[in-house]
Design a binder for this molecule. Sequence first.
Ligand code: ADP
Length: 402
Amino acid sequence: MADLVLVVNAGSSSLKYSLVDAGPGTALASGLVERIGEGPGTLTHHGPDGDHRTEGTYDDHGAALCAALEAFEAHGPALSSVTLRAVGHRVVHGGAEFSAPALVDAALVAAVESLVPLAPLHNPANLAGMATAQRLFPDVPQVAVFDTAFHQTLAPHAYTYALPHAWVQEHRIRRYGFHGTSYSFVAGAAADLLGRPLPELNLVVLHLGNGASAAAIRAGESVDTSMGMTPLEGLVMGTRSGDVDPALHAHLHRELGWSVEQVDGLLNRESGLKGLAGVNDFRELDRRRTDGDPAARLAFEVYCHRIRKYVGAYYAVLGIVDAVVFTAGVGENAASVRAASLAGLERLGIAVDPARNAGGSGPRVISPDGSDVAVLVVPTDEEWEIARQAVEVVSAAGAARE
Ligand code: ADP
């Protein structure tokens, strides 16, 4: 029997869902509800017979998930006629409490609630998704899969900010890291591609999507990562600045009278590629760059320079690197970024073969044969990873009961 998992990713004003067969990783259907709680919204359902777009008003995540279930009934596969093994929830912040996925119960909900101060936009949405799914599927086990869990292997010297220690501990201020589900999937897929066991490999993985981060992974465990207490730190992203001088906040307050909320909004929503070049979608940015737009060119160069700095830093952290791996929307598709970020690193054993970099699809090697460090492109699949982890948790819970 297929291990069918309904994967739910509840964002602040959106809800993504996917029905995944966890064995082969096939998505039988998926969809997105947008503008939840913001007036007229849309639901797009990709079913077995193509795409269906409906307009509606989705007051909250409960209404959005109900609409998704209606779309399943109308356009397939009808959830009322399949057996779900689990509902897998993407939960953004698991703090130091969760180093693995876990069954959703009252204690888990209370722990995720207690972490709301660390993820004020994300965790409440994730909680709403869990509560709704519990109501709609009372007999199906619910599993929370945390974005932060993969990075709980960071050593204290890697996760500690140099701030007053007792105070930092009291307020749980430290580096947590995100994109863990993607790193977990991509590390395994990179080992498969190289035909080597994951415990033997040192990897630098670059997850370059709308949000972007880097991770240093030794023997399948995260040893460092560029996002910190929140997803703002590190690489340049679609709308987030990544690293800036922390004194910027005080400067903007003193010189321009800005509030904390204004600075927060600037750094999270108005910066990155959008701030530099007026556009956060990388395809459009690259089009403008190749058309000669100087702002787009500078944005591209800042973006790639930041990636190169983290590759160098994580090379030093790991000592030996077996592969540099590109993943997510930009990493998988933008040959220009891969070439520019790694150009001139031959002395580190890193090179990109132009012909290999320009073509291909799926997991692939883009470094020349015989390179000391393999350069890989590995498509990520966070939904499949969530489905796999959810099935593992449910199986382990079942085994424990027997
Ligand atoms: P997320 O899951 O974080 O929302 P994705 O991993 O889907 O994001 O990545 C989105 C980014 O990938 C966007 O900036 C988009 O422009 C970029 N992208 C998608 N396809 C391509 C492509 N063919 N070439 C370059 N960039 C692409």
